[in-house]
Design a protein around this ligand. Structure first.
Ligand code: TTP
Ligand code: MG
Length: 400
């Protein structure tokens, strides 16, 4: 059956949230990330700053050189996570088949909602309208028959875009003359490799001798299939996906394990909240660390089934203690995996509150307290209650 997929991506996400909240910034070039006198990179910038050639991941000194008059600001991850949850809630009005792939980006399979809402374009337009009216932010929406098609469609008319790619033929025609980078999964390394074989564009790939594709193995077959517009990947909703994860890219590289642990506390809080929202529990906690040279490691631990933020944090910290940090860290992430909807009896009696807050509270009390916090945060927003530790960490982020 033909599917209908929508891809939504917020425009200049962090920067747009700051422009919205600080009206005096309107129209000025705005760079979110490190400050010019710090070591670090651009997280993102608004479209006024992009005119100067500034972009994500650019060294902050280079960004400053290109536009010394821009406003430079640190990001506020907690705020962006909050907005992300609000975006998700608006998307849920149209379908629960949603796969969020970044804070500001997600796929929706709306095949089953078409009749109810009067078609894909109506859903797409309504989505944009509700996000703008409720959150004061613009986004770009792409509609297509596949995930790749929808993603390319949402990029086509950015910012505030709306674009439909009907079928495989329309997609192939659209990307025929473009760089192979347009194909999902082809990054700079693969691009380089393909160039050695004389393949730079989608057209080159489609016209490449079958023998050459064969030498590239399974990856070659996959690329060719995608270049022909065939993409069968399904939108995997979080409530049936195998994991819930969150990660954070530092504006400046970090070497201090305590800062990593503090960051993991915030991330674990978010993972725990998301799991609770979905009524899910997980058995495996995975820690991800990306170093400044972009080498990445992951470590996993399977323990008691849980969705407690405290437990997730504690397991992530145990994993971190087993890693030797020999290079500066650029990104840290935590994922709760092996998800189920049923909670087996909590085995452990480790009082993590003891560790975190210096008080000795029994596990049942901790669970009850977490449930209360969760109930309140659902009602009033995620920031309603925080442990002293969390506040301390947030202050630290703000200072940084
Ligand atoms: P993107 O969607 O890639 O970028 P964007 O929303 O800022 O701009 P647009 O989609 O209009 O092109 O990323 C979403 C957010 O993720 C972005 O606002 C900041 C953050 N981010 C980083 O922190 N570092 C990065 O290298 C990138 C690409 C994004
Ligand atoms: Mg975006």
């Amino acid at each position: 059956m033909k599917r209908t997929i929508i891809h939504i991506d917020m425009d200049a996400f962090f920067a747009s949230v700051e422009e919205r909240d600080n009206p005096e910034l309107k129209g000025k070039p705005l760079v979110i990330g490190a400050l010019p006198d710090e070591r670090g990179v651009v997280s993102t910038c608004n479209y006024a700053a992009r005119k100067f050639g500034i972009h994500s991941a650019m060294n902050i000194k280079e960004a400053y050189r290109r536009c010394p008059n821009a406003v430079f600001m640190h990001g506020d991850m907690k705020k962006y996570e909050q907005v992300s949850i609000q975006i998700h809630q608006i998307m849920l009005k149209f379908t629960d088949k949603i796969e969020f792939v970044a804070l500001d980006e997600g796929y929706m399979d709306v095949t089953g909602s078409l009749r109810l809402f009067g078609g894909a374009e109506k859903i797409g337009r309504q989505l944009k309208k509700e996000i703008f009216e409720t959150l004061g932010l613009t986004c770009s929406v792409g509609i297509s028959y596949s995930m790749m098609g929808a993603k390319i469609a949402s990029e086509e008319k950015k910012p505030n875009g709306f674009f439909v790619i009907e079928d495989e033929k329309a997609l192939t025609e659209l990307i025929f003359k473009r760089s192979v980078r347009v194909i999902c999964g082809i990054g700079s390394q693969t691009e380089k490799k393909l160039k050695e074989f004389g393949i730079s564009t989608v057209e080159d790939l489609l016209k490449a001798p079958p023998q050459l594709i064969k030498t590239l193995g399974k990856a070659g077959e996959d690329m060719l299939r995608l270049a022909r517009g065939r993409d069968d990947r399904e939108v995997i909703a979080e409530n049936i996906s195998k994991s819930i994860g969150r990660e954070y890219t530092f504006q400046q590289d970090v070497e201090d394990k305590d800062v990593l642990k503090d960051t993991l506390l915030l991330l674990s809080g978010d993972v725990g909240t998301r799991a609770k929202q979905k009524g899910l529990y997980g058995k495996t906690v995975t820690l991800k660390i990306k170093f400044s040279d972009i080498s990445t490691i992951t470590r996993s631990k399977s323990r008691d089934i849980t969705n407690s933020a405290k437990k997730i944090h504690s397991y992530a910290c145990e994993l971190l203690d087993e890693v030797r940090i020999l290079k500066p860290v650029r990104l840290v992430g935590v994922t709760l995996g092996n998800l189920t909807e049923t909670k087996e009896e909590d085995g452990g009696q480790i009082s993590l509150f003891e560790e975190l807050d210096g008080t000795n509270v029994q596990q049942e009390k901790i669970n009850a307290l977490e449930d209360t916090v969760f109930g309140l945060s659902l009602k009033y927003g995620k920031n309603i209650l925080k442990t002293g530790k969390e506040l301390e960490v947030q202050q630290k982020f703000k200072k940084n």
